[in-house]
Design a protein around this ligand. Structure first.
Ligand SMILES: C[S@@+](CC[C@H](N)C(=O)[O-])C[C@H]1O[C@@H](n2cnc3c(N)ncnc32)[C@H](O)[C@@H]1O
Length: 281
């Protein structure tokens, strides 16, 4: 998939879909933007989960790729980083900029395709942070890893936490009594999976106008190989039994806004992974 830029119907379709979602997400309880304003110590559930691995970010230049409405970006800033967020969606960045203004947080936001990040951003960065529903919008993980490697300073780190490709291969539209059925490709494919859905994943009744999305899976071996092929050293890889969203109907509340499989399926399926890597000094 060589032409995933403005003018490509997959890229444009996804961008229109995310532009529809951002104002809905900004009003949602799921993202709960007001709480970041009223509580200057508040971290997103995502970054709170990552904090033990991320460590102290004081003095670090961090870029958040596919930052959406900036809640995780703001949380990285609250851990001490100097942050830049990048996203393709102008409505998402409008919400993110307002959130930063309302919380008097310094930060920069850049409207760009992630595949152009190395030329659009003034790096290098000590930390590239991304994930939780990011890689599935990208057709080619090798080219993504090339961008990450270009963005990082020598000694800089990649932190990626993502939905597990095995989870994304499972049919999420089946009666749980049918068991876990593999429906979608586990491996990266040239052509995307196509979905049509007027709903988004937050609370509220609002519906999307641009309903069609195009997504790609990337197998674990493909992700790790891409990272290694672009000169990064793998520093950790962890698979998780929890997920940031209710990915399958049988999932149960795991607390802290996350979801888990019911006890009888808890050991069957990895739900997320965290990958950290380092650019050699
Ligand atoms: C699920 S959200 C990001 C997840 C983030 N953890 C969150 O929930 O706030 C996915 C984001 O990726 C962005 N995105 C998708 N494809 C992109 C691309 N090619 N370049 C830049 N941003 C992209 C979308 O606009 C959207 O804001």
């Amino acid at each position: 998939m060589d032409h995933y830029y403005d003018g490509n119907r997959y890229y444009d379709g996804n961008k229109a879909n995310w532009n529809d979602r951002a104002p809905i997400h900004a009003e949602s309880k799921t993202y709960g933007l007001d709480a970041y304003v009223s509580d200057p110590d508040r971290l997103s559930g995502v970054v709170a989960f990552d904090q033990p691995t991320l460590g102290d970010l004081n003095g670090q230049r961090a870029v958040h790729l596919q930052c959406h409405i900036g809640t995780d970006t703001l949380s990285l800033a609250r851990l001490g980083a100097t942050v830049t967020g990048l996203d393709q969606s102008d409505t998402s960045l409008a919400v993110a900029r307002k959130l930063f203004a309302n919380t008097s947080t310094p930060g920069e936001f850049v409207l760009a395709n992630v595949y152009d990040a190395a030329t659009k951003l003034s790096g290098p960065f000590d930390l590239v942070y991304t994930g939780v529903g990011a890689l599935n919008w990208l057709p080619n993980v090798d080219r993504w890893a090339a961008v990450v490697a270009q963005l990082l300073a020598p000694g800089g780190r990649l932190y990626l936490r993502e939905g597990h490709p095995m989870l994304w291969a499972i049919d999420d539209d089946r009666d749980p009594a049918d068991g876990l059925i593999v429906k979608h490709p586990y491996f990266e494919t040239d052509e995307p999976m196509v979905f049509d859905d007027a709903e988004t994943y937050t609370d509220g009744e609002a519906r999307l106008a641009n309903t069609r999305t195009y997504e790609w899976n990337h197998g674990i071996g493909e992700v790790i190989t891409a990272v290694l092929d672009h000169g990064l050293e793998l520093t950790s890889f962890t698979e998780h039994r929890e997920l940031e969203w209710k990915g399958l109907p049988q999932m149960l509340d795991a607390g802290d806004g996350r979801f888990k499989m019911p006890p009888e399926q808890a050991d069957l399926l990895p739900l997320m992974y965290t990958l950290t890597a380092r650019k050699p000094s």
